[in-house]
Design a protein around this ligand. Structure first.
Ligand SMILES: [Zn+2]
Length: 230
């Protein structure tokens, strides 16, 4: 089993470094304060990539946030769930009805199934979906405690990364998934010069100087009224 997982790890290594820009503001709130790898900054540099990569503590925090949400969504009574009208971002920018809680539960499971190999998904199903504790999992999977937690950490890291990097709709941040807010690329923002947006422009010094000169010329032409001497 370990060999199988190890092989899968080697074959999936390329997937780990996709072109996603992890910046400091993305990871700072998620990093573990006392982390020995990133010292609480969330990013760490490696010899394999020029860009800093997210620390494992950040990836695990992302997975755990998604898992908490998955549990709360799956424990909700089906009668409580309501359909919501949401806007679908894209070229056509449509609006569609959706059951967000159910969609999140399905996405969480399906993304895990697609990402993990058979052996890892088995552990994921027992521990994260069915809620089996480490003792039961070790018994069922025939692994020791150390190996079990090592595998759990690795699954959390892999899925945490995938949940954030997923395109076009990432599972994390949760508020964006559930339609609370949407990010916009700077390139997509309207150009104030083209659209005439309400951006305050700096005054042109040459225009100000011309206006002042015009005013001074006007003042020079005005003469005080002549008073008739009695
Ligand atoms: Zn860390």
């Amino acid at each position: 089993m370990i060999t199988e997982i190890g092989d899968a790890k080697a074959s999936n290594r390329e997937e780990h470094f996709v072109s996603f820009e992890w910046n400091r503001s993305e990871v700072l709130g998620l990093a573990k304060e006392g982390c020995s790898q990133c010292r609480g900054y969330g990013l760490r540099s490696t010899s394999r990539t020029a860009q800093p990569v997210p620390c494992n503590c950040v990836l695990r925090a992302i997975f755990r946030a998604c898992h908490r949400k998955f549990r709360s969504c799956s424990h909700l009574d089906t009668q409580v769930s309501t359909a919501r009208l949401e806007s679908v971002h894209g070229r056509e920018h449509k609006r569609a009805w959706g059951l967000k809680n159910e969609e999140f539960v399905a996405d969480f499971v399906l993304v895990a199934k697609r990402t993990l190999n058979e052996a890892d998904y088995r552990l994921f199903r027992y521990h994260f979906l069915l809620g089996a504790d480490w003792k039961l999992c070790c018994q069922q999977l025939n692994v020791d405690r150390g190996t079990f937690f090592h595998l759990v950490y690795r699954i959390e890291e892999r899925l945490g990364r995938v949940f954030r990097e997923l395109q076009p709709y990432a599972l994390f941040p949760l508020d964006e998934y559930f339609g609370g807010s949407a990010r916009k690329l700077v390139d997509d923002l309207p150009d104030p010069e083209r659209t005439g947006g309400n951006v305050i422009q700096m005054p042109d010094p040459a225009r100000i100087a011309a206006k002042l000169a015009e005013r001074a010329a006007k003042r020079a032409t005005l003469r005080p009224p002549l008073r008739k001497a009695a």
